[in-house]
Design a protein around this ligand. Structure first.
Ligand SMILES: *Cc1c(COP(=O)(O)O)cnc(C)c1O
Length: 396
């Protein structure tokens, strides 16, 4: 390092993160992702993955990935528009669009990139974008990269959204886009899409929903929060990295003109490698499974209901709802961390979430249900939660 002061500065920043009790430490899994995982030679019940339908370890997806590699190779070594588009990519884009009921869709390396690339090509400085205050970091970053005027409304506060719509119109905005997560992932609560769609209609706004924590398992056939609410949303983004197999990859689905323009202008699409055939092939297989039957969704709903009821019966403080994200509120960051380590000692993987991921004083254990978890797993985990509460001195 030519300037040693630079590294000293980085080390001081790390020391501060550690002193504040905010250092994130990664557990290393030596197994595949699943309902049970191996960590440090021990099997743990996993309550923390976005593996809603249990497809991350599904043998059918592994086989589809291998088969796609056999006939389409390992990597693309190209962006899409040079020589990186295979029949598989277009097949998956068409398949996602049909599933979600849109004209077309466009793949990205991740939903982080989809959200990062969506706003700048579609909105100019004459336009406005209105964003929920709890939106995912990638939406916030995507909006920062576009030239439209920015407005923000308090989480799920429809009166505030309407006030922002009025302000954007009064400011002379040509087009207004409302952007929201379909599900707020720290709380497991849904955006009020019926009211958002009605306000969009009233003010002539375009709507955008990020459905990462919904597609595949929420609403009829798992078509997501717009289908759940029975409304039409203009632009939807999503991920292949959660319920749809859990590997990686993101997409934007919407009207043909929007998708065509994104293909010309979205920077993370133009300047980043095409998804590998294995991921695309397995994505198609994931949609076969998801569209083919309701059994995994039914199992997930049943698990979420059982887990919520079990935690409530033990006396834990939950955020009400019916989403498979079920946060156990402990409030205090240090308490949440000791609780998570007591759970770990008792064979359950469920890390603590604390500031800055959630507000100060709102620390929690965010549990997430999966169709892969058995009733026995849940009963064992409930006993571990009761035991961990005793270990750290929480009176239930
Ligand atoms: C996970 C997530 C993303 C990022 O998805 P990746 O495909 O992993 O980049 C974006 N938005 C929301 C709401 C998410 O939960």
């Amino acid at each position: 390092m030519t300037n040693p002061a630079f590294l000293s500065h980085l080390n001081a920043t790390l020391a501060q993160i550690n002193a504040d009790g905010l250092m994130k430490r990664e557990r290393e899994l030596t197994s595949a992702q699943g309902a049970r995982v191996m960590v440090a030679g021990r099997p743990l019940i996993n309550l923390s993955a976005n593996n809603y339908l249990g497809l991350a370890g599904d043998a059918r997806l592994v086989a589809a990935a291998k088969s796609a590699m056999d006939d389409h190779g390992y990597g693309m070594a190209s962006v899409r528009f040079i020589c990186g588009t295979q029949d598989l990519h277009r097949a998956l884009e068409g398949r996602i669009a049909r599933y979600l009921g849109t004209d077309d869709s466009i793949l990205f390396a991740a939903c982080f990139d989809a959200n990062g690339g969506l706003f700048e090509p579609l909105l100019g400085e004459e336009d406005a974008v209105i964003s929920d205050s709890l939106n995912h970091a990638s939406i916030i970053d995507g909006i920062r990269l576009c030239k439209a005027r920015r407005f923000r409304y308090a989480n799920n506060d429809m009166a505030d959204l309407e006030a922002q719509l009025i302000a954007a119109r009064a400011g002379g905005a040509r087009f207004i886009m409302i952007a929201t997560d379909g599900v707020f992932s720290m709380d497991g609560t849904y955006a009020k899409l019926d009211e958002i769609a009605a306000l969009a209609e009233k003010y002539g706004a375009v709507t955008m929903v990020d459905d990462c924590h919904a597609t595949g398992f929420t609403g009829p056939q798992g078509r997501g929060t717009p289908a759940r609410a029975g409304v039409k949303i203009d632009l939807m983004t999503g991920t292949l990295g959660k319920a749809l197999g859990g590997a990686l990859g993101g997409y934007i689905a919407g009207p043909q003109a929007a998708i065509d323009l994104l293909r010309q202008r979205a920077r993370p699409y133009l300047f980043s490698n095409a998804l590998p055939p294995a991921v695309v092939g397995a994505g198609l297989a994931a949609l076969d499974i998801i569209e083919g039957a309701d059994d995994l969704r039914a199992k997930l709903v049943e698990n979420a209901r059982y887990w919520r009821a079990g935690l409530a019966a033990l006396g834990f403080d939950l955020i009400a709802g019916d989403h498979p994200i079920i946060p156990v509120m402990l409030r205090d960051a240090k308490l949440a961390q000791s609780f998570a380590s007591a759970l770990f000692d008792r064979g359950v993987l469920a890390p603590a979430f604390f500031f800055p991921v959630v507000p100060k004083g709102a620390a929690r254990i965010r549990t997430q249900m999966s169709a892969a978890l058995t009733r026995n797993d849940l009963d064992t985990a409930l006993a571990a939660f009761a035991g961990a509460a005793k270990d750290v001195g929480i009176a239930l």
